[in-house]
Design a protein around this ligand. Structure first.
Ligand code: CLF
Ligand code: SF4
Length: 293
């Protein structure tokens, strides 16, 4: 696959509803839930719902094979005129299921070179796959980075699974953070547009977020998306207080001097379809229904 120039990638950003505020009322995205597995364990995740890093806890997405995802894309493209972005956002981690993610994007991109391809990951496998991601034609990557410090991270992540090994506590978080930073740099140094999601956890990482954002600036990320924790039932943080939007907005305001802030995130489902404010996933869930409607 031919790699894309930095100018072409920047132009695509103007049609990406998450990366461009001006685009979010005009252009639609479609998530394809092809990646059910995850290789880490966030305390705010209950592993029954979609990846909480990039999606609202509450409903589980049906999992599609790459072939079924391609068919669904074709159906949606017919009906959603403003569709500009295809994103893989779980419901687990897009890279933990790399083969499914890769095949899905390759199948759709072959027929639809004008579509912007986006994925969202916890970053553990980014150093391993960054080059393939770029060659595949993905131009926009979201990485969830909650901290730079394993001591803080040990309160956020229970364990990680990496190259067949299971790591608990700080040892695991150290690997995760190192891989996130190395992976992000690999992407930004080659013109890929990177967004960082940060889940704001009161008393755990909130005071540390400005430092995270400064580091992300240094790595050349395009935008950061500081999100409130929405406690998922059945997760370790089930009874943790939901971060208020007042606190989130104050944090965004103070971080804005370093990196552009996303303020219009809807914490979408892993199978969301449509403009960011709407969700047409129900409409396209069942093939028979959607052909007769
Ligand atoms: Fe999807 Fe994420 Fe791509 Fe957007 S969502 S993979 S960057 S196409 Fe957007 Fe939804 Fe917020 Fe994500 S509003 S949860 S930031
Ligand atoms: Fe859950 Fe996503 Fe964290 Fe994996 S990365 S444990 S799916 S919130």
């Amino acid at each position: 696959t031919k790699m894309q120039t930095a100018a072409a990638i920047l132009e695509k950003t103007q049609k990406h509803p998450c990366y461009s505020f001006d685009a979010h009322q005009k252009f639609a995205r479609m998530h394809l839930p092809v990646a059910p597995y995850c290789n880490i364990s966030c305390n705010y995740c209950n592993r029954k719902f979609d990846c909480v890093n990039e999606s609202r806890p509450g409903v589980t997405s049906e999992i599609l094979t790459p072939q079924a995802a391609q068919k669904k894309f074709d159906r949606v493209r017919e009906k959603v005129g403003e569709l500009s972005v295809v994103g893989i956002a779980g419901p687990g981690d897009a890279l933990a299921d790399w083969e499914n993610t890769r095949q899905t994007i390759a199948l759709i991109r072959k027929e639809n070179p004008q579509i912007v391809f986006c994925l969202s990951t916890n970053g553990l496998l980014l150093p391993e796959y960054a080059q393939e991601i770029i060659e595949l034609g993905v131009t926009h990557v979201t990485v969830t980075v909650n901290c730079l410090d394993p001591v803080i991270g040990a309160k956020i992540y229970k364990h990680i699974n990496f190259k067949g090994q299971h790591y608990e506590g700080e040892a695991g978080v150290k690997i995760l953070i190192e891989n996130q930073l190395a992976g992000i740099e690999k992407l930004t140094s080659q013109g890929i547009i990177v967004k960082i999601n940060i889940v704001m956890l009161k008393g755990i990482n909130d005071h540390h977020i400005p430092e995270v954002v400064k580091k992300m600036k240094e790595l050349g990320v395009y935008i950061t998306n500081i999100m409130p924790l929405i406690p998922a039932p059945g997760s370790v943080f089930e009874n943790f207080p939901q971060t208020t939007m007042k606190d989130v907005n104050e944090m965004r305001n103070s971080c804005e001097l370093d990196v552009m802030q996303m303020r219009h995130c809807k914490q979408c489902r892993a199978d969301a379809i449509g403009l960011l404010g709407e969700d047409r996933s129900q409409e396209f869930r069942d093939h028979e229904e959607s052909v007769t409607s």
